[in-house]
Design a protein around this ligand. Structure first.
Ligand code: TTP
Ligand code: MG
Ligand code: MG
Length: 446
C-alpha cells in the first residue's frame, strides 16, 4: 500500500525470536466493547437502560443506524441499516438518538488506558476494540483466563462499560472468539483447536468476508468455515486470486491477508481519511452544498493535522437523489494538510462535475498520504505558513470550545454529525508516526 511507514523494528531477543517462529505460543486478546455507542449514551442518560435504543439519527431522518443495543437487535436492527427501515421494525417507544463523537472518543481513551495496564502491546483496531499481545505476561498476570477476568472487572470498574474478550493464538481467531463471547463474556480458544472452533461457523463470521464475498461463496456451495477449509488453497486462489489464498489461511485460523500484516502495536498509516454528510432533505442549493463541502474539508484537514499527515489527492463524492454516485479526484502539486487547500480542490471538483440536480450526499476524502508536505515556491510558502498558524489557532479553539467553534463554512445552518470517517487516526493506540509532534500527542490523548 502506498502510505505504509517502513518502521524498522529492533532485533528481537532470542526468546521473542522463538515466539515469532512459533505462533502457537502467542497469546492474543481481542477486546471489543458491547453495543459501544448506545452503552456510552446510557452512561449520560441512565433512563435509557432497559429501553430499545438506536444511535445514528432520528426516526424520520435519512442516514443509517450507527449502533443498536441488544434489545433493538432482537427486532433485526443492526449497524448500517437505514434509520427508516429500523423505524419500521421497532416499536413506537424505541428511542432514536443523535450520536456524540466526542463522548465516544473520550470513552475510547479510557478503554485504552485500562488495556495499557495489561500490556504495552495494545493496538486499537477501531474506536471500541483492540488487540493485545499478552504473550509472555503470565508471570505478571497469571494464566490468560485469569488476566481476562481481571481485565473484564477493571474495565467495568473504571469505565462502567461492558466488554467481551476473545483469547487465541492469532488475531483472527481472537476476534471471532470475542464476537462469539458477546455480550459481556470471555471465550478462550485452546491452542491447536483453532480450526475446530471455526469449522461450524458461517463463512460471514470470518473478518473481511462481507456480503459480496459471502454470496460468491454460497454460490460455490460454501456456507460454513468447514466447507472453506475443505477446499484446496489453489482452488480458492484460482477463483479469488490473492484474496482466495488469504481466505484459505483464515479458514484454518491463521492471520492471513493484509489486515494482519503488522505486529500488534506496530504503527500502520491510514490509506485515506474521509467525511461524508447525508442531507435530511435532498438539496440543489449551491450555497448549502458548497458550505457543506467547506465543513467536510475542515473535518478532513483537522484529521490530517492531528495525525501529522499530508494528502496528495483530494476526492469529492457526490450522490444524487436517484442514488447515482460520482467520485472525482484531483492530484495536488504539493501535499497538504490545510483546510483551505482541500476546500479549493474539492470545490472546484464540485463546480466542474455537479450537473445541477438535487444532492443526497456529499463526501470529501484525502488520500495518497505522506509524512511531509511538498515543495513550494517562496511566495506560496509564506501564504501557506500564515494559514498553518491560523489553523493551529482554530484547532486550539475547537479543543477548548467544541468542534463548531470556528468554521470556514460560516453562516451554515446545518447540524453536522460525524456520520462516517474511514481509518480514524485519532484513535488511542494508533501510534502517531512522530511522537514529539504537538498534534500527534493530542491525537493519542484524544
Ligand atoms: P461494533 O463493535 O461493531 O458494534 P457495537 O459495539 O455497537 O456492538 P457489539 O456489542 O456487537 O460490539 O462497533 C462499535 C461502534 O462503532 C458502534 O457502537 C457504532 C460504531 N459503528 C458505526 O458507526 N457504524 C457501523 O457500521 C458499525 C459496525 C459501527
Ligand atoms: Mg463493539
Ligand atoms: Mg467493534
Amino acid at each position: 500500500m502506498s502510505t505504509r511507514t517502513q518502521t524498522s523494528r529492533p532485533q528481537p531477543a532470542p526468546e521473542e525470536q522463538r515466539r515469532e517462529a512459533d505462533n502457537s505460543l502467542r497469546t492474543i486478546f481481542h477486546v471489543d466493547m458491547d453495543a459501544f455507542f448506545v452503552s456510552v449514551e446510557e452512561l449520560f442518560d441512565p433512563s435509557l437502560k432497559g429501553k430499545v435504543v438506536v444511535v445514528g439519527g432520528r426516526r424520520n431522518e435519512r442516514g443509517v443506524v450507527a449502533a443498536a443495543n441488544y434489545a433493538a437487535r432482537k427486532f433485526g436492527v443492526h449497524s448500517a441499516m437505514p434509520l427508516r427501515t429500523a423505524s419500521r421494525l421497532l416499536p413506537s417507544d424505541a428511542v432514536f438518538l443523535d450520536g456524540h463523537p466526542d463522548r465516544y472518543r473520550e470513552c475510547s481513551a479510557q478503554v485504552y488506558d485500562v488495556l495499557q495496564c495489561f500490556t504495552p502491546a495494545v493496538e486499537m483496531a477501531s474506536i471500541d476494540e483492540a488487540y493485545l499481545d499478552m504473550s509472555g505476561t503470565e508471570r505478571l498476570h497469571g494464566p490468560a483466563l485469569r488476566a481476562a477476568h481481571l481485565l473484564h472487572l477493571m474495565m467495568k470498574d473504571r469505565t462502567r462499560l461492558n466488554c467481551s474478550i476473545g483469547i487465541a493464538t492469532s488475531r483472527l481467531v481472537a476476534k471471532v472468539a470475542s464476537d462469539q463471547a458477546k455480550p459481556n463474556g470471555v471465550l478462550a480458544v485452546v491452542p491447536g483447536c483453532e480450526a475446530a472452533f471455526l469449522a461450524p461457523l458461517d463463512v460471514r463470521k470470518i473478518p473481511g468476508v462481507g456480503k459480496v464475498m459471502e454470496s460468491n461463496l454460497h454460490a460455490m456451495g460454501v456456507r460454513k468455515v468447514r466447507d472453506l477449509a475443505a477446499m484446496e488453497d489453489s482452488q480458492l486462489e484460482q477463483r479469488f486470486g490473492k484474496w482466495g489464498l488469504a481466505l484459505a489461511g483464515k479458514s484454518r485460523g491463521e492471520d492471513a491477508g493484509g489486515w494482519f500484516d503488522t505486529a500488534i502495536g506496530e504503527h500502520e498509516d491510514p490509506k485515506s481519511m474521509s467525511h461524508e454528510h447525508t442531507f435530511n432533505e435532498d438539496s440543489a442549493d449551491v450555497n448549502l452544498l458548497e458550505a457543506t463541502i467547506a465543513r467536510l474539508s475542515e473535518m478532513v484537514g483537522r484529521r490530517l493535522r492531528e495525525s501529522g499527515l499530508y494528502a496528495r489527492t483530494v476526492q469529492l463524492k457526490l450522490r444524487y437523489s436517484d442514488f447515482t454516485t460520482i467520485t472525482r479526484a484531483h492530484t495536488l502539486a504539493a501535499a497538504t494538510q490545510l483546510d483551505t487547500e482541500i476546500l479549493e480542490h474539492a470545490r472546484s471538483l464540485f463546480r466542474r462535475n455537479w450537473r445541477g440536480g438535487a444532492v443526497r450526499l456529499l463526501g470529501v476524502q484525502a488520500s495518497s498520504l505522506e509524512h511531509s508536505e511538498g515543495q513550494r515556491d517562496l511566495l506560496e510558502a509564506t501564504r501557506h505558513e500564515r494559514w498553518q498558524h491560523a489553523l493551529d489557532a482554530a484547532d486550539r479553539m475547537r479543543d477548548k470550545y467544541g468542534e463548531s467553534a470556528v468554521s470556514l463554512a460560516s453562516g451554515m445552518k446545518g447540524v453536522y454529525r460525524e456520520r462516517t470517517h474511514e481509518n480514524p487516526t485519532a484513535l488511542p493506540g494508533k501510534a502517531p508516526s512522530k511522537p514529539d509532534d504537538r498534534k500527534n500527542k493530542k491525537a493519542t490523548e484524544a
